[in-house]
Design a protein around this ligand. Structure first.
Ligand code: ARG
Length: 404
């Protein structure tokens, strides 16, 4: 018998797990975290929800239930560093689920320490990325904890879960017959399974919960200004978790941030996923525009490689790793001049940058202009091309000799 901290969502699967772990004779502490999954759609309706989830865990027999509002922590410790790396796995997915799992791992470890637990447990299946991210996170933070993955030990079909729930007094919500598997937090919502498993099937409108369908979007464009202070975004004075909630609502209304991706999972499978990430889409577009204005060409070229690797590392579950910390140090330096403003136009599913300015801009209109007041020294290009062409002259001469 052990004391186990279970990552508990309140849904059917984790409720069945809670009961199963109790039936094995363990003490269970249920841990529920609010990462803002329902804020985005409804404004600010989330807070009451996690209290109810904890009450359900206690009613099912958990020794204790911990409900944590970690929205600001998620924003500052996970989203912001990843944002500095312009994270988009395989060029598309802003890593919403992937960024939440290392935080959940940290919360499991912290709660286990607070309760003197010897094990933690999660409800991930053996087929996904999330098991890898949670378990590598726990291992990195406390290798002495045992990690239980009951759904991997013995997979549970939906009908079996429903039967088990009925037998053990677990309330079954309407959503037990859900057509998709959904995960959401302030940085985005992911939708998989059901009819989406056929990649030829177009995304049905009922898969989307945050973003308006084309016919429901406003017919006029709206413009916002994203202000950056050393890489940290603000809109109309709002930052942090409330900014993401606000932009998810606003961008969602304009249908922004829908992504349909065949992606490569850590465990070797390809899978088809839909995402909705209005705030992430708007903010990433704004940041990239500002970076192009203020970073040097060399910084941009090098950073593109760092950014790609950063995204892969987060996807692969290596958040709690020294390479990520080293990348954060690099990004902290490259964010020092990332202050300025970006105009973003929201319209019919697109977030388009239409203007950018910064006191640190390396763009110089006097040098760039083709109009009056051009300060660029056109003759200097002569010498530049002469020197840049020297190796090519020589190569052509050698080719002529060796061919002859
Ligand atoms: N495929 C995405 C990822 O690996 C989303 C996973 C969503 N998780 C879930 N349990 N539905 O990051």
């Amino acid at each position: 018998m052990s004391t186990i901290v279970l990552a508990y969502s309140g849904g059917l699967d984790t409720s069945v797990l809670l009961k199963r772990l109790l039936l094995e004779g363990n003490d269970v502490i249920a841990l529920t975290a609010d990462l803002g999954e329902s804020d985005a759609a409804t404004g600010d309706a989330a807070a009451a929800a996690i209290g109810a989830i904890s009450a359900k865990a206690r009613a099912l027999g958990a020794r204790d239930a911990v409900a944590l509002d970690v929205r600001e922590r998620f924003f500052h410790e996970y989203v912001l560093p990843a944002f500095a790396a312009n994270v988009r796995y395989e060029g598309c997915y802003p890593l919403s689920a992937a960024l939440s799992r290392p935080l959940i791992a940290a919360l499991l470890v912290e709660t286990a320490r607070a309760y003197g637990a010897d094990a933690v447990a999660h409800g991930c299946t053996g087929k996904g990325n999330d098991q890898v991210r949670i378990e590598l996170g726990v291992r990195a933070l406390d290798p002495n904890l045992t990690v239980r993955a009951p759904l991997r030990e013995s997979p549970l079909s939906r009908p079996d879960a429903i039967t088990f729930a009925a037998e053990h007094g677990i309330p079954i919500a309407q959503s037990a017959a859900k057509p998709y598997s959904i995960d959401a937090n302030l940085w985005g919502r992911s939708i998989e399974a059901g009819v989406l498993e056929d990649p030829w099937v177009a995304p049905p409108e009922d898969a989307f919960g945050w973003t308006a369908s084309p016919q429901d979007r406003p017919s006029t464009a709206e413009e916002i200004v994203v202000l950056f202070r050393e890489g940290v975004p603000l809109v109309a004075g709002i930052s942090g978790a409330p900014l993401l909630a606000r932009l998810n609502a606003l961008g969602g209304m304009h249908g922004i941030g829908r992504i349909d991706l065949i992606e490569d999972r850590v465990i070797g499978l390809k899978s088809r996923e839909l995402y909705e990430a209005p705030a992430a889409t708007i903010l990433l577009a704004a940041r990239e525009a500002l970076e192009r204005l203020v970073l040097t060409r060399d910084e941009l070229r090098f950073k593109a490689g760092v950014d790609r690797k950063y995204g892969e590392l987060v996807y692969d579950g290596l958040w709690h790793s020294p390479l990520r910390a080293a990348f954060d140090a690099f990004n902290a330096v490259s964010s020092v001049r990332l202050s300025g403003e970006v105009r973003v136009r929201l319209y019919q599913g697109s977030a388009t940058v239409v203007g950018v300015r910064s006191p640190f801009a390396l763009y110089d209109e006097g040098l760039a202009t083709y109009g009056a007041g051009d300060r660029f020294d056109h003759h200097a290009a002569d010498g530049f091309i002469h020197l840049a062409g020297l190796p090519l002259d020589r190569l052509a001469q050698v080719a002529a000799v060796t061919a002859g």
